[in-house]
Design a binder for this molecule. Structure first.
Ligand SMILES: Nc1ncnc2c1ncn2[C@@H]1O[C@H](COP(=O)(O)OP(=O)(O)O)[C@@H](O)[C@H]1O
Ligand SMILES: [Mg+2]
Length: 203
């Protein structure tokens, strides 16, 4: 099967660019896992990722269109832009705040559709033109649980603190502002979020 040339080695996948606008994500063997379990995990994450990308797209979230091409292989649209992680710190304030609003909008839309991303970080967001896309749903799931949504936000908060420390307070405020405006159950999730934070802090 044609895969194209390697453009990235992620933590658990190799990414190939096939032609100009198709990306192939292949989940590769992890030597530290028992082989049987490794296969199960890779198969499951591949299927799950495509299913969630599809669900996210139907929820109006900008994601690449994707299909399962083989057991461990996804073909998806290549989003030819910049990783938000690499460009956010260098932006002007206004633009940073606009990004924060987009992130808040993405979180609100995902959670309104009961999609838990599982790894919401700026490494998994790609800015192309004025559209912020989100990728990498392999650790995600569908869940209505407040706890799962709060955990999703907690991971986002941690990611901001580690990659964008200087601006993280302002960015976070803007994210939450939009999240509350656009997601009807946001208050409940945020209350839980605060409990999680306290739990971690006093551990
Ligand atoms: N559809 C896509 N378009 C453009 N770049 C992508 C796409 N999918 C993945 N990438 C790039 O490959 C990297 C790794 O892919 P990702 O799905 O996040 O896998 P991992 O699970 O290894 O983090 C991303 O951070 C991004 O830079
Ligand atoms: Mg990733």
């Amino acid at each position: 099967m044609s895969r194209g040339r390697i453009i990235q080695r992620g933590s658990e996948a190799v990414l190939y660019l096939d032609g100009e606008d198709t990306l192939v994500k292949e989940r590769v063997k992890k030597g530290y896992r028992i082989p049987q379990l490794d296969e199960t995990i890779r198969k499951q994450r591949t299927k799950r990722e495509v299913r969630l990308l599809d669900r996210a797209r139907r929820a109006g979230v900008p994601v690449p269109a994707a299909t399962v091409a083989d057991t461990y292989l996804i073909r998806m649209d290549y989003v030819n832009g910049r990783r938000l992680k690499d460009v956010l710190n260098g932006m002007g304030r206004k633009e940073q705040d606009r990004m924060a609003e987009k992130i808040g909008g993405i979180a609100a839309a995902l959670h309104s559709s009961n999609i838990i991303h599982g790894d919401i970080t700026t490494s998994n967001m790609i800015l192309k033109g004025d559209v912020l896309h989100i990728i990498d749903f392999g650790l995600g799931k569908v869940s209505e649980k407040v706890e799962d949504k709060a955990t999703d936000l907690f991971l986002l908060r941690e990611a901001l603190l580690s990659a964008h420390f200087e601006i993280s307070e302002r960015i976070w405020k803007n994210i939450i502002n939009i999240y509350v405006q656009q997601y009807s159950k946001a208050r409940e999730v945020l209350a839980r979020f605060e409990r999680i934070e306290r739990r971690r802090r006093y551990k």
